[in-house]
Design a protein around this ligand. Structure first.
Ligand SMILES: Cc1ncc(COP(=O)(O)O)c(C=O)c1O
Length: 389
């Protein structure tokens, strides 16, 4: 069995990395949600061989390799029987959100989201002339909770046509339970609202919990839903611009396919190959990666809550993201961002970019070698101690 070295430190500066290229050398980037790990060796080998061929004309996948690989991953990892015909290729889950808005709503319609959430959830409706309605998550005793009464009110509005669901949830690390998912599904069924469930973080789930694909809940719920997946987060392949959108409903699928093919975003042979190789042959990588990330999270949560004054954090149920509660530092959001950048010398995501509920929070990405994480947390600890002295 291949052993992957997640402790290997790889210099990403100068490689057109969004995460690493934006900041001066003395700042440690811990923001954009990609990992700093090498992707699996079989993916690298397959790409090398394809690159050696040297011709990169328009590609076509008439063997449905991607679709079969997506179905294989869903069956083997999540016990969800997916037919390859249910899968529509898309160039990235970011573009899926926009395509879904165009496929299932008209200009002026309402799209429900649950903030704080990955910013394109609100941008996709706004950029396409639709109106996002926020069913804000609430902080309860056990972390973030859905406000079901608020959600129901928004779903019941006649112009609400689509719910963009994020599960596992970025940035809070919440994993919806079967009961919560069923309640969401029932409300959407009752109000005839289509659900696009973004499950790009589905492989990062800890402590024996299980990710449940939304459309696997029941045949009725499957009829109103589409699930978006991508090996990008799990295998660090975001650059490959791939994604699969899965729906057993031919009607929804064809509406979605029209929206995504309309803009001719295309596909690349390298992306298709990476997608197929990762899902078909690299389960071993995830089986090693998830415990490694859990180790990072355990270490980071203990450090933050034990050693860093002014910041607290909850252990996420899923994802490699930490949602740092910095409200005790009593800084404005602008001051907070500057504090991390200029005093701690780490680049994090400002909580406010995920919605108003994120004011006072910052998002830290732990998908890096343990030594890098240690470096980042030490910088934050020193800066906070100097501030709170
Ligand atoms: C919840 C969520 N959806 C979608 C994306 C973007 O996915 P892709 O790279 O497939 O466009 C991200 C990236 O951070 C994300 O966190």
């Amino acid at each position: 069995m291949i052993r992957h070295d997640f402790d290997e430190i790889i210099d990403r500066r100068g490689t057109d990395s969004e995460k690493w290229n934006d900041y001066p050398p003395d700042v440690l980037p811990m923001w954009v949600a990609d990992s700093d790990f090498k992707c699996p060796a079989p993916v690298i080998d397959a790409l090398h061989e394809r690159v050696r061929h040297g011709v990169f004309g328009y590609c076509w996948d008439d063997l449905m390799k991607v679709e079969k690989a997506a179905a294989h991953w869903m069956r083997t990892r999540f016990d969800w029987e997916v037919s390859p015909e249910w899968v529509v290729f898309s160039p990235g889950v970011g573009s899926v959100l926009s395509a879904a808005v165009n496929a299932f709503t008209m200009p002026g319609d309402y799209v429900v989201i649950m903030t704080p959430v990955y910013p394109p959830f609100s941008m996709a409706p706004v950029f396409n002339g639709r109106i996002p309605l926020n069913a804000s998550l609430r902080i309860g005793g056990n972390g973030y909770e859905i406000d079901f009464a608020g959600l129901e009110t928004l779903l019941a509005k006649p112009r609400t046509k689509l719910l963009l669901l994020c599960n596992p949830h970025n940035p809070t690390g919440k994993l919806l339970t079967r009961e919560e998912l069923l309640r969401v599904g029932e409300l959407c069924l009752k109000n005839r609202v289509v659900v696009l469930s973004d499950e790009v973080h589905c492989d990062y789930v800890f402590d024996g919990k299980k990710h449940i694909p939304f459309a696997s809940l029941s045949p009725e719920i499957a009829d109103i839903s589409l699930v978006a997946i991508n090996p990008s987060k799990t295998f660090n392949l975001a650059d490959m611009r791939t994604a699969g959108v899965i729906s057993s409903s031919k009607f929804l699928r064809e509406q979605y396919r029209t929206a995504v093919t309309n803009v001719k975003l295309g596909r690349s042979s390298l992306g298709l190959l990476a997608f197929e190789t990762a899902y078909m042959t690299c389960a071993y990588y995830v089986d090693q990666l998830v415990p490694y990330i859990k180790g990072n999270l355990d270490y980071a949560v203990a450090s933050v809550n034990g050693n860093i004054p002014g910041i607290s954090v909850r252990m996420p149920e899923a994802t490699y993201l930490l949602w740092l509660d910095c409200r005790e530092l009593e800084l404005s959001q602008r001051q907070l961002v500057n504090f991390f950048l200029q005093e701690a010398k780490v680049a994090l995501n400002s909580g406010e970019s995920f919605g108003q509920e994120g004011v006072g929070f910052m998002r830290l990405n732990t998908a890096c070698p343990r030594a890098t994480l240690h470096d980042g947390l030490s910088r934050i600890e020193q800066a906070c101690r100097a501030r709170i002295r």
